[in-house]
Each structure stands twice: as structure tokens, then as C-alpha cells.
Design a protein around this ligand. Structure first.
Ligand code: C2O
Ligand code: CU
Length: 572
């Protein structure tokens, strides 16, 4: 009786959201993944890497809008837990499948197999990656490509479709890095050793101090990524960034790129010479192989926004039939200056919704939350904080504690919508605040309400220093209302919001000493992380969590339980 009811409900749900055609077409994409540690040399330097079925980046998920994706994940890390987040997938009706350890599930224990099952509700370019500790930067990541339902076409055309993930790469283990971040004195890992393009980079093996046998420049694992193109053809490149730290500039020597998609949304096309991309973002660009085809060209990924010593990441744009590994006859283009803030902000401002794909933005909001982003000390430890609260994850995931009323498992005081003394706060002054606290409190949003979040940047604890923070929201797409310089003015700045054609995204940069305003509707029952996508920043507290419509969340699957107070729930 009960089962029959739920089947009927699912049927109606599908009918109301997809046309008949896509119901007929909707398929199940079933993946079986084994996650384990293996020695790999993505940049010629051999280290332990977390692989999926033997590879990093992991297998690509390829689906069509409306398909159900099932991933049976076996944790073979032996002594380490795991959880995987499907970055950009909203998890409508399946908040327990978001893969955020501490928020939506308990970690998957060594030896266990956990089933992720969710619907790819929207076409676009998305990512997946570990969401437990700092595991992502150990190599556990990949791409998700969701195509339009049959009969629908993009507002642009291309001959071939390719996915490229950009990353930065450290030689130190994530454990060594994490221990440094939570030590007194603070130990910072520094610049990444290399930049990877689709999992391949190149570290200079003759760097002094590298032990013999650890680095091998002729290892095929670190031969550059090659993108072979047929002269005259147009390529859609789906570019995603999952860097631990670096903001990047991506370019293809001698070729312009037309930006057509951002985080799964069609944008009003614009042409760039280099694409700025921040951790957690995805873009589709169109590039036509219309240059001298007798040679190859460089593909370059360059670290920007921080003064750094990281060498450029290089790949080869190979015109068929030239030899794929033949080095271009030129030196790789230099790319923009690391400190050219102006051109980065200008590119952010260019990203608008495609005129035929505008999701009208609510003209007003019900609640405005200002997030002052600061670097702090707490009891001598370096932290990042939002409104003086440095976020920590609870041991019992919120989804379980809220749904099952285990409220003693996290701090019940609600965090503030604006910090006390915000109007007097000087964002240009060196941060001296020693009054910050750590907390695992979360924001509770009224179901279906419209929420604005203003992300306000500031000076760090270092003189004349502010950093770029790419903020990512789980479970939603938000409208990007605007970017501004300096301190947000509550009465004046909203007048400049773009309420006509704002793009929708799931990740957005907050530029140096500036602010970014976003708006979203709290209409997805569940508990959703919202955080800086720089791995070390989130680890040091730069994030928070939103709850909305918890009472509307369906019965939680027992597989997400097993840690903290949830052990009580699964006792016979
Ligand atoms: Cu891509 Cu919460 O992360
Ligand atoms: Cu950050």
C-alpha cells in the first residue's frame, strides 16, 4: 500500500517536471567505483593519489537531463573514510545524496559500499569531488556532463565536445598540510608545485632536493595532455576548476574563445583571449581551429591573484595531422599579470544570462545576510571566519540531527545576519580581531523565502593583502546580482543590482577588497553547505550551512547514518 503510493507520487513528479519525451528517454546511468590509494606521477613526481577505478581524474559521468545517476562507491582506502559531492547537482528530493560529510551524511567507512542515487535535473557542466577533510586535493575528483533532453538544442553550435579539468598540485600529503594549518606556529604549504590540465602537469625533476627515483621526467603519466583538433572544426571545451588554492587564467595560444555556458547556465556569448576560472566554477567555451594548421599551439593554465612561483601548466593544442606531442615552435604565452585585479573583475562583470534563457529574478528579497569574510586568530590558531564565526563541522550530520531532533549535537545559538559593528568595520585595515569564535551553528531559512547574501571581502592579517574567495552553494543556483569595490553600502549598492539579466551560478568569486551580492530562493528542502571552495580556507572555517524546509525532507536512508548520535537511530 505504502509502496504503491510512493510509486504514483514519483510518476506525477516526473510528469510535472519533464515533457513526455524526456520521461520516455530518462535512463539510469549506473557506475561502480572503487576508491583507493595508488602511487601516481601526474606531474612526474611520484606520490600517493586517491584514484577511482585506477585513475585520477576519475571516470567522467555522462548523462542526459532527467537521467538517474547511481554510483556504487566502494571505499578501499583501508584506513580512511570518504564521501563524494556532486558539485552543481541540486539533489532535488534527495538531499541525503549530496555527499557532504558532516552535513548530509556520515562518512563512508573503509570496506563499505555506499550508493549515491540522484537525478541529473538540469543540463550543463558539473563536477564531482571528495567532500571529507582535505581529500579532494589528493586527487579524488572528476567531471559530470549532462546533455539536454532529446529534441532540445543549445543556442550555439559546435562539432565536438570535450571536458577539461584544471587543478593545482602539491607534493605534500593532505595530512601534512592539514596538520600544518592546525598547528601553532601555523605552517603554510606555500604555492602549489604544479598546475594540472586534465590530470597532467610537469614538475622540473632536476629541482634541487628531489630524491632520486621519485621524479621521472620520462614517465608517460606526466606526458602533457593533448587536445587534437581537425582544422576548421569548432570545439566546445567544458572547463572546470577544482584547484585547492589557485585562481587560474586559461588560454589557448593564438585562439580566441567564446564563453557560452557558466555553471550549467547559458550566458550571453562573449569573446575572451584568456578565461579566468576559480575553484568550483565551470565554463563552456567555443574554440575554432582556424589558425595555421601546420603546427601545434600551447594550452596554458596560469596561477593568478596571488604572487606565486608555480610554473604554468601546459598542454598541447594539436592540429591534425601534426604529431600530437610535437612541441609548438613558440614560447608559451605569458598570460595576464597575477595582480591584474581589474581584468578579473571585468570578466566577472561580462557574465550575463543568455537573453533566451533568463530565469526571472525576484525583484525583492525577504532577508539580507551580510557575510564579512575575515582571517582571524582563535586561541593562537590561524582561522578564517564569517561574521566572527569560524565554522566547524559537527560529528553528527545536520540533516540527521535536524530531521531526527538530535538538537544537542550542535550549537543552537543562531549566527547573525550582520556582524555587530559592521558599519564601523574597516575592510582595509589589517585584521586584528582576536574575539572570533569557532561554532557549528547554522542558518535556518524560511522555506520558499528569497534570500540575499552579500559576501564582503576584507584585508587579511597581512598588511596590504586581500584574497580571492570563490564561494560555492550546495543545492541551489543563485542569481549573481553584482560585484562592487570596497565596502558594501546597504542603502546605495542594491540600486546597482542587475535585476534584468543576471546569470545563475553555483560558485562565484569575491574579489580583493570587494563584495559580491547573490540572491536565491530557499525552495530545496534539506541542509546545504555554503563555503569558500579553497580547500584550506574551508578547512580553517570559511563556510556555513543553510537549512530550509527540513520538515519536507522524506525518510532518510539508513546508509547515511552510523556516526555521532545517529548510532542511536540504527540500533535494533
Ligand atoms: Cu565543490 Cu562543498 O563543494
Ligand atoms: Cu577563501
Amino acid at each position: 500500500m505504502k509502496l504503491k503510493d510512493s510509486v504514483v507520487i514519483v510518476g506525477l513528479f516526473l510528469l510535472s517536471f519533464f515533457n513526455l519525451n524526456s520521461i520516455v528517454e530518462a535512463r539510469i546511468r549506473h557506475y561502480r567505483w572503487e576508491v583507493k590509494y595508488e602511487f601516481k606521477s601526474p606531474d612526474c613526481f611520484k606520490k600517493l593519489v586517491i584514484t577511482i577505478n585506477g585513475i585520477s581524474p576519475g571516470p567522467s559521468i555522462i548523462a542526459q537531463q532527467g537521467d538517474t545517476i547511481i554510483v556504487d562507491l566502494t571505499n578501499s582506502l583501508v584506513t580512511e573514510n570518504v564521501a563524494i559531492h556532486w558539485h552543481g547537482i541540486r539533489q532535488i528530493g534527495t538531499p541525503w545524496a549530496d555527499g557532504t560529510e558532516g552535513v548530509t551524511q556520515c562518512p563512508i567507512l573503509p570496506g563499505d559500499t555506499f550508493r549515491y542515487q540522484f537525478v541529473a535535473d538540469k543540463a550543463g557542466t558539473f563536477l564531482y569531488h571528495a567532500h571529507y577533510g582535505m581529500q579532494r586535493e589528493a586527487g579524488l575528483y572528476g567531471s559530470i556532463r549532462v546533455g539536454l533532453p532529446k529534441g532540445e538544442a543549445e543556442p550555439f553550435s559546435y562539432d565536438y565536445d570535450r571536458s577539461i579539468i584544471l587543478n593545482d598540485w602539491y607534493h605534500k600529503s593532505t595530512y601534512e598540510q592539514a596538520a600544518g594549518l592546525s598547528s601553532i606556529p601555523f605552517v603554510w604549504v606555500g604555492d602549489p608545485q604544479s598546475l594540472l590540465i586534465q590530470g597532467k602537469g610537469r614538475f622540473n625533476c632536476s629541482t634541487p632536493g628531489i630524491m632520486a627515483g621519485v621524479c621521472n621526467a620520462t614517465n608517460p603519466e606526466c606526458s602533457p595532455y593533448v587536445l587534437t583538433v581537425v582544422p576548421g572544426k569548432t570545439y566546445r571545451l567544458r572547463i572546470g576548476s577544482l584547484t585547492a588554492l589557485a585562481a587560474l587564467s586559461f588560454e589557448i595560444e593564438g585562439h580566441n574563445m567564446t564563453v557560452v555556458e557558466a555553471d550549467g547556465h547559458m550566458v550571453d556569448p562573449f569573446v575572451v583571449n584568456n578565461l579566468y576560472i576559480y575553484s568550483g566554477e565551470t565554463y563552456s567555451v567555443l574554440v575554432t581551429a582556424n589558425q595555421d594548421s601546420s603546427r601545434n599551439y600551447w594550452v596554458v593554465s596560469k596561477m593568478v591573484s596571488r604572487n606565486n612561483k608555480t610554473p604554468k601548466g601546459l598542454a598541447i593544442f594539436n592540429y591534425y595531422p601534426n604529431h600530437p606531442t610535437k612541441s609548438p615552435p613558440t614560447v608559451p604565452p605569458n598570460g595576464p599579470m597575477w595582480n591584474d585585479v581589474e581584468s578579473r573583475v571585468n570578466q566577472s562583470l561580462k557574465i550575463k544570462s543568455h537573453p533566451n534563457y533568463i530565469h526571472p529574478v525576484p525583484k525583492t528579497s525577504d532577508r539580507v545576510i551580510i557575510f564579512l569574510n575575515t582571517q582571524n586568530k582563535i586561541n593562537g590558531y590561524n582561522k578564517w571566519a564569517i561574521n566572527n564565526i569560524s565554522f566547524t563541522l559537527p560529528h553528527t550530520p545536520y540533516l540527521l540531527s535536524l530531521k531526527e531532533n538530535l538538537l544537542s549535537t550542535f550549537e543552537q545559538t543562531l549566527p547573525p545576519d550582520v556582524i555587530n559593528g559592521y558599519s564601523n568595520y574597516d575592510i582595509n585595515a589589517v585584521e586584528t580581531n582576536v574575539n572570533a569564535t569557532t561554532s557549528n551553528s547554522l542558518y535556518r531559512l524560511k522555506f520558499n523565502s528569497t534570500v540575499d547574501v552579500i559576501l564582503q571581502n576584507a584585508n587579511t592579517m597581512t598588511v596590504n593583502n586581500s584574497e580571492t574567495h570563490p564561494w560555492h552553494l550546495h543545492g541551489h543556483n543563485f542569481w549573481v546580482l553584482g560585484y562592487g569595490k570596497g565596502k558594501f553600502n546597504v542603502t546605495e549598492d542594491p540600486k546597482s543590482y542587475n535585476l534584468v539579466n543576471p546569470v545563475m551560478k553555483n560558485t562565484v568569486p569575491v574579489h580583493l577588497y570587494g563584495w559580491t551580492a547573490i540572491r536565491f530562493v530557499a525552495n530545496n528542502p534539506g541542509v546545504w553547505a555554503f563555503h569558500c571552495h579553497i580547500e584550506s580556507h574551508f578547512y580553517m572555517g570559511m563556510g556555513t550551512v543553510f537549512e530550509e524546509g527540513i520538515e519536507k525532507v522524506g525518510k532518510l536512508p539508513p546508509a547515511i547514518m552510523g556516526c555521532g548520535d545517529t548510532k542511536r537511530l540504527i540500533k535494533p
